[in-house]
Write a protein that binds this ligand. Sequence first.
Ligand code: FEO
Length: 405
Amino acid sequence: MKYDSIVPDVKYIGVDDLDIDLFEGQYEVPLGISYNSYLILDEKIAIMDTVDATKTAEWEKNLEEALGGKTPDYLIVQHLEPDHGGSVQFILEKYPNMIAICSQKAVAMFKRYFEADFSARIQVVKEGETLSLGQHTLQFLMAPMIHWPEVMMTYDQKSKILFSADGFGKFGALCKEEEDPEHEQSDQNAPSGEGHSGWACEARRYYFNIVGKYGAMVQNLLKKAATLDIQQICPLHGPVLSEDLGYYIGLYDTWSKYEPESQGIFIAYCSLHGNTAKAAHALADILKEKSDVKVSIADIARDDMHECVEDAFRYDRMVLCAPTYDGGIMPIMEDFINHLRIKTYQNRKVAFVENGTWAPAAGKKMREQMEAMKNITIVEPMVTIESTVKAKTIEDLTVLAEALL
Ligand code: FEO
Protein backbone atom coordinates (compact mmCIF):
# COMPACT_ATOMS: atom_id res chain seq x y z
CA MET A 1 0.00 0.00 0.00
CA LYS A 2 1.31 3.40 -1.07
CA TYR A 3 0.69 4.96 2.35
CA ASP A 4 2.05 2.20 4.58
CA SER A 5 4.43 4.71 6.08
CA ILE A 6 3.26 8.31 5.80
CA VAL A 7 6.23 9.41 7.87
CA PRO A 8 8.45 6.82 9.58
CA ASP A 9 6.39 6.59 12.78
CA VAL A 10 2.93 7.26 11.31
CA LYS A 11 1.52 4.24 9.47
CA TYR A 12 -1.58 3.77 7.34
CA ILE A 13 -3.63 0.84 8.66
CA GLY A 14 -6.95 1.49 6.91
CA VAL A 15 -8.88 -0.76 4.53
CA ASP A 16 -10.62 -0.56 1.18
CA ASP A 17 -14.25 -1.55 0.73
CA LEU A 18 -14.97 -2.84 -2.77
CA ASP A 19 -17.94 -4.92 -1.59
CA ILE A 20 -20.15 -1.94 -0.74
CA ASP A 21 -23.00 -1.17 -3.16
CA LEU A 22 -24.12 2.21 -1.81
CA PHE A 23 -22.20 4.34 0.69
CA GLU A 24 -24.47 5.50 3.51
CA GLY A 25 -27.17 3.46 1.77
CA GLN A 26 -27.51 6.06 -0.98
CA TYR A 27 -24.31 7.17 -2.72
CA GLU A 28 -23.05 5.18 -5.68
CA VAL A 29 -19.40 4.24 -5.25
CA PRO A 30 -18.40 2.39 -8.42
CA LEU A 31 -14.76 2.43 -7.29
CA GLY A 32 -15.56 1.53 -3.68
CA ILE A 33 -14.44 3.58 -0.71
CA SER A 34 -11.61 3.51 1.81
CA TYR A 35 -12.02 3.62 5.58
CA ASN A 36 -8.76 5.21 6.63
CA SER A 37 -7.13 4.58 9.97
CA TYR A 38 -3.62 5.44 11.10
CA LEU A 39 -1.17 4.38 13.78
CA ILE A 40 1.29 6.72 15.52
CA LEU A 41 4.20 4.80 17.04
CA ASP A 42 5.89 6.69 19.85
CA GLU A 43 6.62 6.13 23.56
CA LYS A 44 2.85 5.94 23.75
CA ILE A 45 1.02 4.46 20.76
CA ALA A 46 -2.16 5.97 19.33
CA ILE A 47 -4.64 4.51 16.84
CA MET A 48 -6.41 7.20 14.82
CA ASP A 49 -10.01 5.95 14.36
CA THR A 50 -11.28 2.49 13.47
CA VAL A 51 -13.14 1.19 10.41
CA ASP A 52 -16.53 -0.10 9.35
CA ALA A 53 -17.57 -3.30 11.16
CA THR A 54 -17.62 -5.23 7.88
CA LYS A 55 -13.84 -4.77 7.65
CA THR A 56 -12.76 -5.27 11.27
CA ALA A 57 -10.76 -8.45 10.60
CA GLU A 58 -8.73 -6.91 7.78
CA TRP A 59 -8.10 -3.79 9.83
CA GLU A 60 -7.00 -5.86 12.84
CA LYS A 61 -4.46 -7.62 10.62
CA ASN A 62 -3.08 -4.27 9.36
CA LEU A 63 -2.97 -2.96 12.92
CA GLU A 64 -1.12 -5.99 14.29
CA GLU A 65 1.44 -5.86 11.49
CA ALA A 66 2.11 -2.18 12.13
CA LEU A 67 2.27 -2.70 15.90
CA GLY A 68 4.87 -5.47 15.58
CA GLY A 69 3.86 -6.96 18.93
CA LYS A 70 3.48 -3.65 20.80
CA THR A 71 0.32 -2.64 22.65
CA PRO A 72 -1.55 0.57 21.79
CA ASP A 73 -2.25 3.08 24.57
CA TYR A 74 -4.82 5.38 23.00
CA LEU A 75 -7.67 5.18 20.53
CA ILE A 76 -8.35 8.65 19.13
CA VAL A 77 -12.02 8.72 18.15
CA GLN A 78 -12.45 11.67 15.81
CA HIS A 79 -15.81 10.55 14.43
CA LEU A 80 -18.23 7.87 15.60
CA GLU A 81 -20.30 7.37 12.48
CA PRO A 82 -20.28 3.60 11.88
CA ASP A 83 -17.96 3.78 8.86
CA HIS A 84 -15.27 4.86 11.36
CA GLY A 85 -16.65 3.81 14.74
CA GLY A 86 -17.71 0.34 13.64
CA SER A 87 -14.70 -1.38 15.23
CA VAL A 88 -14.43 0.74 18.40
CA GLN A 89 -16.08 -1.81 20.70
CA PHE A 90 -13.96 -4.62 19.25
CA ILE A 91 -10.66 -2.81 19.74
CA LEU A 92 -11.45 -1.50 23.22
CA GLU A 93 -12.31 -5.05 24.27
CA LYS A 94 -9.15 -6.43 22.63
CA TYR A 95 -6.93 -3.94 24.51
CA PRO A 96 -8.57 -3.52 27.92
CA ASN A 97 -6.09 -0.89 29.14
CA MET A 98 -6.44 1.34 26.10
CA ILE A 99 -7.97 4.80 26.68
CA ALA A 100 -10.39 6.32 24.17
CA ILE A 101 -9.88 10.03 23.48
CA CYS A 102 -12.90 11.90 22.12
CA SER A 103 -14.97 15.07 22.29
CA GLN A 104 -17.66 15.61 24.93
CA LYS A 105 -20.37 15.16 22.28
CA ALA A 106 -19.03 11.70 21.46
CA VAL A 107 -19.54 10.44 25.02
CA ALA A 108 -23.33 10.13 24.69
CA MET A 109 -22.89 8.47 21.32
CA PHE A 110 -20.69 5.78 22.89
CA LYS A 111 -23.68 4.77 25.01
CA ARG A 112 -25.97 4.75 22.01
CA TYR A 113 -23.73 2.64 19.82
CA PHE A 114 -22.10 0.24 22.25
CA GLU A 115 -23.73 -2.03 24.80
CA ALA A 116 -20.51 -2.28 26.81
CA ASP A 117 -19.93 0.57 29.29
CA PHE A 118 -16.64 2.24 28.36
CA SER A 119 -17.24 5.40 30.43
CA ALA A 120 -14.29 4.72 32.78
CA ARG A 121 -11.98 4.47 29.78
CA ILE A 122 -12.99 7.66 27.98
CA GLN A 123 -10.87 10.80 28.23
CA VAL A 124 -12.67 13.87 26.92
CA VAL A 125 -10.64 16.56 25.18
CA LYS A 126 -11.64 20.13 24.37
CA GLU A 127 -10.66 22.64 21.71
CA GLY A 128 -6.90 23.18 21.62
CA GLU A 129 -6.05 20.59 24.28
CA THR A 130 -3.01 18.43 23.64
CA LEU A 131 -1.92 14.88 24.34
CA SER A 132 1.76 14.00 24.42
CA LEU A 133 2.77 10.61 23.08
CA GLY A 134 6.48 11.31 23.66
CA GLN A 135 7.92 12.91 20.53
CA HIS A 136 4.49 13.53 19.04
CA THR A 137 2.08 15.99 20.57
CA LEU A 138 -1.49 15.73 19.36
CA GLN A 139 -3.52 18.94 19.33
CA PHE A 140 -7.28 18.56 19.07
CA LEU A 141 -9.50 20.83 16.98
CA MET A 142 -13.23 20.56 17.46
CA ALA A 143 -14.99 20.29 14.09
CA PRO A 144 -18.69 19.99 14.93
CA MET A 145 -20.98 19.10 12.00
CA ILE A 146 -18.18 18.11 9.64
CA HIS A 147 -20.22 16.18 9.44
CA TRP A 148 -21.63 15.01 12.78
CA PRO A 149 -21.66 17.01 16.03
CA GLU A 150 -19.01 14.96 17.85
CA VAL A 151 -16.35 15.34 15.15
CA MET A 152 -12.90 16.58 16.02
CA MET A 153 -9.72 16.75 14.00
CA THR A 154 -6.18 16.21 15.24
CA TYR A 155 -2.97 18.03 14.43
CA ASP A 156 0.28 16.21 15.10
CA GLN A 157 2.76 18.95 15.99
CA LYS A 158 5.79 16.75 15.20
CA SER A 159 4.88 15.39 11.78
CA LYS A 160 2.71 18.45 10.95
CA ILE A 161 -0.03 16.12 9.78
CA LEU A 162 -3.66 17.21 10.06
CA PHE A 163 -5.89 14.19 10.63
CA SER A 164 -8.99 15.72 9.09
CA ALA A 165 -11.79 13.21 9.82
CA ASP A 166 -14.34 13.38 6.95
CA GLY A 167 -12.85 16.69 5.80
CA PHE A 168 -10.95 16.37 2.50
CA GLY A 169 -12.51 12.92 2.06
CA LYS A 170 -13.20 11.37 -1.30
CA PHE A 171 -15.14 8.43 -2.71
CA GLY A 172 -13.03 5.62 -4.22
CA ALA A 173 -10.92 2.83 -2.76
CA LEU A 174 -7.20 3.54 -2.45
CA CYS A 175 -6.27 0.43 -4.45
CA LYS A 176 -8.13 2.01 -7.39
CA GLU A 177 -6.09 5.20 -6.95
CA GLU A 178 -2.91 3.16 -7.13
CA GLU A 179 -4.08 1.35 -10.27
CA ASP A 180 -4.84 4.59 -12.07
CA PRO A 181 -4.45 7.83 -10.12
CA GLU A 182 -5.88 9.90 -12.99
CA HIS A 183 -8.82 7.58 -13.53
CA GLU A 184 -11.55 10.13 -13.22
CA GLN A 185 -12.50 13.21 -15.19
CA SER A 186 -9.53 15.49 -15.34
CA ASP A 187 -9.74 18.84 -13.70
CA GLN A 188 -8.14 21.51 -15.82
CA ASN A 189 -7.58 23.76 -12.82
CA ALA A 190 -5.59 21.15 -10.92
CA PRO A 191 -1.84 21.47 -10.50
CA SER A 192 0.19 18.67 -12.03
CA GLY A 193 1.41 15.75 -9.97
CA GLU A 194 0.09 13.48 -7.23
CA GLY A 195 -3.10 12.58 -9.05
CA HIS A 196 -4.80 15.93 -8.40
CA SER A 197 -6.85 15.75 -11.56
CA GLY A 198 -8.76 12.74 -10.34
CA TRP A 199 -9.26 14.08 -6.84
CA ALA A 200 -11.62 16.98 -7.34
CA CYS A 201 -14.40 15.15 -9.18
CA GLU A 202 -15.16 12.54 -6.54
CA ALA A 203 -14.08 14.77 -3.63
CA ARG A 204 -16.58 17.37 -4.85
CA ARG A 205 -19.40 14.82 -5.11
CA TYR A 206 -18.48 13.65 -1.60
CA TYR A 207 -18.29 17.20 -0.22
CA PHE A 208 -21.56 18.61 -1.54
CA ASN A 209 -23.63 15.55 -0.76
CA ILE A 210 -22.18 14.71 2.65
CA VAL A 211 -20.68 17.87 4.14
CA GLY A 212 -22.31 20.51 1.89
CA LYS A 213 -24.96 21.66 4.34
CA TYR A 214 -22.32 22.70 6.87
CA GLY A 215 -20.35 25.32 4.96
CA ALA A 216 -20.18 27.70 7.95
CA MET A 217 -18.58 24.99 10.08
CA VAL A 218 -16.06 24.23 7.34
CA GLN A 219 -15.20 27.94 7.18
CA ASN A 220 -14.58 27.94 10.96
CA LEU A 221 -12.33 24.93 10.61
CA LEU A 222 -10.37 26.49 7.74
CA LYS A 223 -9.73 29.58 9.89
CA LYS A 224 -8.27 27.35 12.61
CA ALA A 225 -6.26 25.35 10.07
CA ALA A 226 -4.76 28.57 8.68
CA THR A 227 -2.93 29.04 12.01
CA LEU A 228 -1.17 25.66 11.68
CA ASP A 229 1.83 24.62 9.59
CA ILE A 230 0.21 21.67 7.79
CA GLN A 231 2.50 19.48 5.67
CA GLN A 232 0.10 16.59 5.02
CA ILE A 233 -3.64 15.94 5.37
CA CYS A 234 -4.79 12.47 6.41
CA PRO A 235 -8.55 12.16 5.89
CA LEU A 236 -10.80 9.26 6.81
CA HIS A 237 -11.66 8.53 3.16
CA GLY A 238 -9.50 8.80 0.07
CA PRO A 239 -5.85 9.60 -0.47
CA VAL A 240 -3.41 11.21 1.91
CA LEU A 241 -2.70 14.69 0.56
CA SER A 242 0.94 15.71 0.68
CA GLU A 243 1.62 18.18 -2.13
CA ASP A 244 0.09 21.49 -3.18
CA LEU A 245 -2.16 21.60 -0.12
CA GLY A 246 -3.21 25.11 -1.11
CA TYR A 247 -5.10 23.62 -4.06
CA TYR A 248 -7.24 21.37 -1.86
CA ILE A 249 -7.72 23.96 0.87
CA GLY A 250 -8.64 26.53 -1.79
CA LEU A 251 -11.35 24.25 -3.18
CA TYR A 252 -12.75 23.66 0.32
CA ASP A 253 -12.79 27.42 0.86
CA THR A 254 -14.73 27.98 -2.40
CA TRP A 255 -17.13 25.12 -1.76
CA SER A 256 -17.85 26.05 1.85
CA LYS A 257 -18.54 29.67 0.90
CA TYR A 258 -21.11 28.36 -1.62
CA GLU A 259 -19.28 30.20 -4.38
CA PRO A 260 -19.36 28.67 -7.87
CA GLU A 261 -16.12 26.88 -8.65
CA SER A 262 -16.44 27.11 -12.45
CA GLN A 263 -18.10 29.39 -14.96
CA GLY A 264 -20.63 27.24 -16.78
CA ILE A 265 -24.23 26.21 -17.22
CA PHE A 266 -25.69 23.03 -15.81
CA ILE A 267 -28.90 21.86 -17.53
CA ALA A 268 -30.86 19.41 -15.39
CA TYR A 269 -33.84 17.85 -17.10
CA CYS A 270 -36.41 15.11 -16.76
CA SER A 271 -38.80 14.07 -19.48
CA LEU A 272 -41.93 11.93 -19.73
CA HIS A 273 -41.94 11.20 -23.47
CA GLY A 274 -38.68 12.73 -24.68
CA ASN A 275 -39.95 16.19 -25.61
CA THR A 276 -38.54 18.06 -22.62
CA ALA A 277 -35.28 16.13 -23.15
CA LYS A 278 -35.24 17.34 -26.75
CA ALA A 279 -35.70 20.95 -25.64
CA ALA A 280 -32.95 20.61 -23.00
CA HIS A 281 -30.49 19.28 -25.58
CA ALA A 282 -31.56 21.96 -28.07
CA LEU A 283 -30.78 24.60 -25.46
CA ALA A 284 -27.36 23.00 -24.84
CA ASP A 285 -26.64 23.06 -28.58
CA ILE A 286 -27.67 26.71 -28.91
CA LEU A 287 -25.46 27.67 -25.95
CA LYS A 288 -22.49 25.83 -27.47
CA GLU A 289 -23.08 27.41 -30.88
CA LYS A 290 -23.20 30.89 -29.41
CA SER A 291 -20.25 30.68 -27.04
CA ASP A 292 -17.51 28.48 -25.66
CA VAL A 293 -19.20 28.39 -22.28
CA LYS A 294 -18.92 25.05 -20.46
CA VAL A 295 -22.30 23.28 -20.67
CA SER A 296 -23.06 20.20 -18.60
CA ILE A 297 -26.36 18.38 -19.15
CA ALA A 298 -27.95 15.56 -17.16
CA ASP A 299 -31.12 13.50 -17.16
CA ILE A 300 -31.86 13.55 -13.46
CA ALA A 301 -33.99 10.40 -13.72
CA ARG A 302 -31.21 8.33 -15.27
CA ASP A 303 -27.94 9.95 -14.25
CA ASP A 304 -26.59 9.81 -10.71
CA MET A 305 -28.68 12.28 -8.68
CA HIS A 306 -25.70 13.03 -6.43
CA GLU A 307 -23.51 13.84 -9.41
CA CYS A 308 -26.28 16.25 -10.48
CA VAL A 309 -26.17 17.91 -7.05
CA GLU A 310 -22.40 18.22 -7.46
CA ASP A 311 -22.76 19.90 -10.88
CA ALA A 312 -25.46 22.25 -9.61
CA PHE A 313 -23.00 23.55 -7.01
CA ARG A 314 -20.01 23.50 -9.33
CA TYR A 315 -21.32 25.94 -11.94
CA ASP A 316 -22.63 29.49 -11.60
CA ARG A 317 -25.75 28.98 -13.74
CA MET A 318 -28.38 26.23 -13.86
CA VAL A 319 -31.43 25.53 -16.02
CA LEU A 320 -34.18 23.26 -14.70
CA CYS A 321 -36.33 21.63 -17.39
CA ALA A 322 -39.36 19.60 -16.36
CA PRO A 323 -42.80 18.55 -17.54
CA THR A 324 -45.96 19.30 -15.61
CA TYR A 325 -47.24 16.25 -13.75
CA ASP A 326 -50.44 15.91 -11.69
CA GLY A 327 -50.80 19.68 -11.68
CA GLY A 328 -47.26 20.16 -10.35
CA ILE A 329 -43.69 19.20 -11.21
CA MET A 330 -42.60 15.76 -12.40
CA PRO A 331 -41.67 14.12 -9.06
CA ILE A 332 -38.01 13.41 -9.86
CA MET A 333 -37.47 17.16 -10.36
CA GLU A 334 -39.18 17.84 -7.01
CA ASP A 335 -36.72 15.34 -5.55
CA PHE A 336 -33.76 17.09 -7.15
CA ILE A 337 -34.89 20.53 -5.96
CA ASN A 338 -35.33 19.06 -2.48
CA HIS A 339 -31.76 17.73 -2.55
CA LEU A 340 -30.57 21.24 -3.44
CA ARG A 341 -32.69 22.81 -0.67
CA ILE A 342 -31.34 20.40 1.96
CA LYS A 343 -27.77 21.16 0.91
CA THR A 344 -28.50 24.93 1.10
CA TYR A 345 -28.02 25.68 -2.59
CA GLN A 346 -27.52 29.43 -3.00
CA ASN A 347 -25.73 32.25 -4.86
CA ARG A 348 -26.52 30.99 -8.36
CA LYS A 349 -28.47 32.09 -11.46
CA VAL A 350 -31.35 29.78 -12.37
CA ALA A 351 -33.64 29.53 -15.41
CA PHE A 352 -36.63 27.31 -16.16
CA VAL A 353 -38.07 25.36 -19.08
CA GLU A 354 -41.46 23.76 -18.50
CA ASN A 355 -43.69 21.51 -20.56
CA GLY A 356 -47.45 21.03 -20.43
CA THR A 357 -50.15 19.88 -22.79
CA TRP A 358 -53.25 21.37 -21.17
CA ALA A 359 -52.28 23.34 -18.05
CA PRO A 360 -48.50 23.97 -17.72
CA ALA A 361 -47.64 24.49 -14.03
CA ALA A 362 -44.14 23.08 -13.53
CA GLY A 363 -42.33 26.36 -14.27
CA LYS A 364 -44.27 28.41 -11.72
CA LYS A 365 -43.78 25.75 -9.04
CA MET A 366 -40.07 25.25 -9.76
CA ARG A 367 -39.61 29.00 -9.61
CA GLU A 368 -41.40 29.29 -6.25
CA GLN A 369 -39.22 26.58 -4.76
CA MET A 370 -35.96 27.98 -6.09
CA GLU A 371 -36.83 31.55 -5.11
CA ALA A 372 -37.19 30.36 -1.51
CA MET A 373 -33.45 29.60 -1.49
CA LYS A 374 -30.83 32.22 -0.62
CA ASN A 375 -29.54 34.68 -3.21
CA ILE A 376 -31.01 32.99 -6.29
CA THR A 377 -31.25 35.20 -9.39
CA ILE A 378 -33.91 34.10 -11.85
CA VAL A 379 -32.92 34.34 -15.50
CA GLU A 380 -35.87 35.28 -17.74
CA PRO A 381 -37.72 34.33 -19.82
CA MET A 382 -39.14 31.06 -18.64
CA VAL A 383 -39.70 28.88 -21.70
CA THR A 384 -42.92 26.93 -22.04
CA ILE A 385 -42.93 23.93 -24.39
CA GLU A 386 -46.42 23.19 -25.60
CA SER A 387 -46.09 19.40 -25.75
CA THR A 388 -43.45 19.17 -28.49
CA VAL A 389 -40.45 21.21 -29.63
CA LYS A 390 -41.48 23.49 -32.53
CA ALA A 391 -39.88 26.41 -34.33
CA LYS A 392 -41.38 28.75 -31.71
CA THR A 393 -39.76 26.68 -28.93
CA ILE A 394 -36.36 27.04 -30.57
CA GLU A 395 -36.91 30.80 -30.85
CA ASP A 396 -37.78 30.98 -27.14
CA LEU A 397 -34.80 28.80 -26.18
CA THR A 398 -32.55 31.08 -28.22
CA VAL A 399 -33.77 34.11 -26.29
CA LEU A 400 -33.17 32.23 -23.02
CA ALA A 401 -29.68 31.16 -24.18
CA GLU A 402 -28.79 34.79 -24.88
CA ALA A 403 -29.99 35.80 -21.44
CA LEU A 404 -27.97 33.02 -19.83
CA LEU A 405 -24.83 34.10 -21.68
FE1 FEO B 1 -17.04 8.93 6.90
FE2 FEO B 1 -19.26 10.97 8.49
O1 FEO B 1 -18.42 9.37 8.05
